[in-house]
Design a protein around this ligand. Sequence first.
Ligand code: ZN
Length: 332
Amino acid sequence: MTLITEQSIRPADLMSQKRACVIADRNYLLERRDQWVEVSCPACQETSFEAYGDKDDIAYVSCNACGTIYTNPRPNLTLLHEFYSQSENYAFWNEHIFPATETARRERIFKPRAERLDQLCNKFEIQGGTFLEIGAAFGTFCQEVDRLQRFKQVVGVEPTPGLAATCRQRGIETRECFVEQIEGQGFARTIAAFEVIEHLFAPQDFITTCERLLEPGGLLILSCPNAQGFDVATLGLQSGTFDHEHLNYFNPSSLSNLVEACGLEVLEVQTPGQLDVDLVRNAVHQGRCDLSHQPFLQSVIVDRFEELGKSFQEYLSDHCMSSHLWIVARKR
Ligand SMILES: [Zn+2]
C-alpha cells in the first residue's frame, strides 16, 4: 500500500491561498445567524446533549445517546442551499486545487475507490443499471466508475454550479441539483456519496431519499469522518475536519443505526482511511497538537514515524479506528 500524504492532495501553498475563500464562506454563514436553528441529534433524534466545544464561533455538541458530534444550532436548509450555490471555497477548489492535484487524487484516491466499489459490486452481485454519485465535484470518480464498464449509465449529482459545469464539460451526465429534488423512485442500482452526509442539514432525509431512488437490492455507499477515529479523537476540535461546512460527525454505530432506521440493511462498516497518522503528525509539527505528555503516541507518531507510521495506520484502518468511515447498505 502506498501511503497517501496530506501534501500530495492538499498542497500547502494552495491551501493557504484558499484561506481567504474559507473565511469569506464562514462569514457568509455567521452573518446570517438569524437563519440558524436548533436541532435534535442528526443520527438518533435524541434531544439531550453535552457541550463538546466551540470553534470559530460554531458550537459543537455530543449526543448523550449515540455519541454523534454535531453543530447546534446550525444554518437552516434554505441557507445551506444558498451557501453551496455561492461558495467561494468550492469555486477555488474547482479552479485551482482540483486541477493541480487531480493526477495525485486520481491515482491515490479515486482509482482505489473505484476498485473498492468494483469489489463490493462483485461481492453483492451488482451489474448493469444506473450508478448515481451524489456530490460528483470535479467528476474524477464518475470517470473512473465509467471505466469499470460495470454500469449501463453513470450519473453525477452536483449542486454547485461551477463543479456541475466541469462535470458536464467532461462528458458526465450531470444533474445540477440537490438529490432531494430528483423525482421518481427505484431507478438506481447503486448510489455513492463520499464526504457528503457530514455537510447536510438533515442526513435522515438524505438517506431516505437515497432509499427511494434505489432499486430493491440496490447498494448505498456512504463515506464520512468518523468521530471516534484516531485523528479526530486525538486532535478534537484542532482537527481540520471541524470546520463550518461539516455539521455531523457520526461514528460507526450511530451511522449504522441511522441507515437501518431509514429502512436499509447495513452490509459492511469499514474505516479504510490512510491519513490519520499523517494528519496528527502534521498537527504536532505545526504546534496544533502537543504529544509531549503522551510518550507512547509521541514515539509512534513522531520519533519512530519512519519505522512505525505505516503499520500503525494500517492497524487503525483494519480495526475500524481510522477517521474515514465507509458504510455499505442495501435496499430491502
Ligand atoms: Zn444521537
